[in-house]
Design a protein around this ligand. Structure first.
Ligand code: B12
Ligand code: SF4
Ligand code: SF4
Length: 227
């Protein structure tokens, strides 16, 4: 299968091929990917998938996890014409290491707030699924340069009103508690403000509607967990 075939299957959904990673024998064994040799990452850059998703039946039907269900449907439609098996970032725990694969697929590094940062798209990209494929072994050398090294002000670490990223982890409880108690928080307009204030890739920032959707999904999941 050629990358071009994959790109043309993904394009109608606003999705992009985000690189192909050769799997090690250990990974194939650990994750039970017998017979496959590589993983092709599929995701969005900026709001690329939003127009398609926002007019989908999953977005409209009021059932739980619309984006995950959309991703499942799209992945299964895409593989009809490709010799590939879909896998998903949201199946777990244990979760598949999408961010570690991302680092091997493209010039990306982990930012101080845990999200992978891309030199062009900044923090404004994510993964909807991946395709397990049989690909010729190709070792692609990727030059890893993190834009964070030149970022003196690091607004991602000092914008959150409850310092949720101050301890080298993401304090999910403080974040969720704050959002629950503060309906006027800016995070409800633009999504996580720590992410929003990053200076890299600003032109790829998600449209507000998409950021609000993600934040509401996060809050909904937390409310469920909190009972
Ligand atoms: C569990 C999870 C969460 C949890 C908890 C994360 C945590 N820190 O504990 C919750 C639900 C809170 C969460 C939230 C978000 N998440 Co999340 N999440 C995941 C998920 C499903 C699994 C992570 C994992 O355990 N991986 C497995 C281990 C083996 O892989 P790993 O690479 O070692 O993963 C580590 C890193 O993710 C790291 N990490 C994660 N967050 C942080 C934060 C800091 C400060 C540090 C140092 C490390 C760190 O901890 C993980 C475990 O060691 C991944 C998808 C995936 N399969 O990776 C998405 C993922 C990491 N999330 C993602 C995103 C975008 C978010 C959100 C920003 C928004 C959203 N969902 O749209 C929110 C933030 C909430 C907010 N306030 O706005 C994207 C990141 C894309 C990118 N550019 O890197 C991913 C890859 C999903 C995707 N579909 O693309 N997430
Ligand atoms: S604000 Fe600076 S340190 Fe933080 S993610 Fe963006 S470039 Fe990196
Ligand atoms: S969503 Fe708001 S409260 Fe939560 S981590 Fe981001 S900036 Fe902090």
């Amino acid at each position: 299968m050629k990358p071009n075939d994959m790109e043309s299957e993904l394009a109608p959904y606003g999705l992009k091929l985000r690189g192909v990673v050769s799997l090690s024998d250990d990974e194939i064994r650990e994750y039970g990917f017998t017979g496959q040799t590589a993983v092709a990452l599929v995701g969005n850059i900026g709001s690329s998938y939003w127009p398609e998703f926002a007019q989908s039946r999953e977005y409209a039907d009021g059932e739980a996890d619309p984006l995950d269900r959309w991703s499942l449907r799209v992945a299964n439609e895409v593989v009809l014409n490709l010799n590939a098996t879909p896998i998903f970032p949201f199946h777990g725990p244990p979760y598949l290491p999408f961010q570690q694969w991302a680092k091997r697929a493209e010039a990306q590094q982990q930012s101080p707030i845990g999200l992978m940062i891309h030199p062009q798209f900044g923090l404004w990209h994510s993964y909807r699924f991946a395709l397990l494929i049989k690909a010729a072994d190709e070792v692609v050398q990727i030059e890893q340069v993190s834009p964070c090294l030149d970022c003196i002000a690091q607004p991602c670490l000092n914008t959150c009103p409850v310092n949720a990223f101050s301890t080298n982890t993401y304090d999910v409880d403080s974040c969720a508690q704050y959002l629950k108690q503060t309906p006027s928080a800016d995070c409800f307009k633009h999504g996580c403000m720590a992410r929003f204030e990053c200076p890299v890739g600003r032109e790829y920032r998600y449209v507000d509607e998409q950021s609000q959707f993600h934040l509401q999904a996060f809050i909904g999941a937390r409310m469920g967990l909190d009972g």
